[in-house]
Design a protein around this ligand. Sequence first.
Ligand code: NAP
Length: 242
Amino acid sequence: MKHENKVVLVTGAGQGMGKAMACRFAREGAKVVAVDVNPDAASATAAQCGNGAIGIGCDVSDSAAVKDAIALAVNTLGRLDVLVNNAGVGSVDQLLDTPDEHWTRVIGVNLTGTFYFCREAARVMQGNGGCIINVSSTAVATGEGPSHYVASKAGVMGLTRSIARELAPLGIRVNTLVPGPTNTPMMAGIPDEWTQAMINAIPLGRMGEPEDIAAVASFLASADAGFVTGQNIAVNGGMAFL
Ligand code: NAP
């Protein structure tokens, strides 16, 4: 029960890695705030977590909605100890055919949404300490992904490094968790031959599972990682080094 009585907010918690992280933190004693753009999915994850978890519908790219979500979490559960910025979107655009609105949306959710939640969480964590985990992607190392997605996830790494230095004196640690290809609904529509090509590029010989990611998130949020901040922590079966 290494997260007993902590309040842990996970974005994009309606499915995939976010759901696995929310459930793991709850199993380890945390009170979970499951945030998702789909309010029903957020509530379903909260119900599965139990232990006083709450679900909140919130589009992370909406600054006012993010402020409201943090306020609701703190007013309901009394504090905020851990923030996991996991919500993310992608699409399969090639550069020459990328519409402006796809660029704006992917950067808006993956990078600006992470910034909004970091800023609001740090405001309530200051004085109490805390931990922030921002989710990036191994695509930053390999370049294998669409331009908006890879740029947004590289931005998450830079954001993390900057605020890790700035927030360290407040006792807030900030790290980037960097998954490789992982078996979630985001990957569900990918053709089998692409999936096999990805597995062939992973030295450990398999895709990641959401629980692989949740295990490392739990470690990063724990006292065992008390001297770890500003780092890229890759969970990718050896696919690339960060
Ligand atoms: P997923 O299965 O698509 O789940 C993402 C969740 O985020 C969904 O519940 C989604 O809701 C929610 N979401 C999307 N836009 C949102 C928004 N604006 N505000 C709040 N919630 C929003 O994805 P995943 O595979 O678990 O990925 C989780 C994170 O890991 C993402 O940041 C992704 O980029 C990153 N990642 C994934 C992989 C991989 O191989 N799966 C690899 C590297 C990095 P809806 O479904 O309703 O849109």
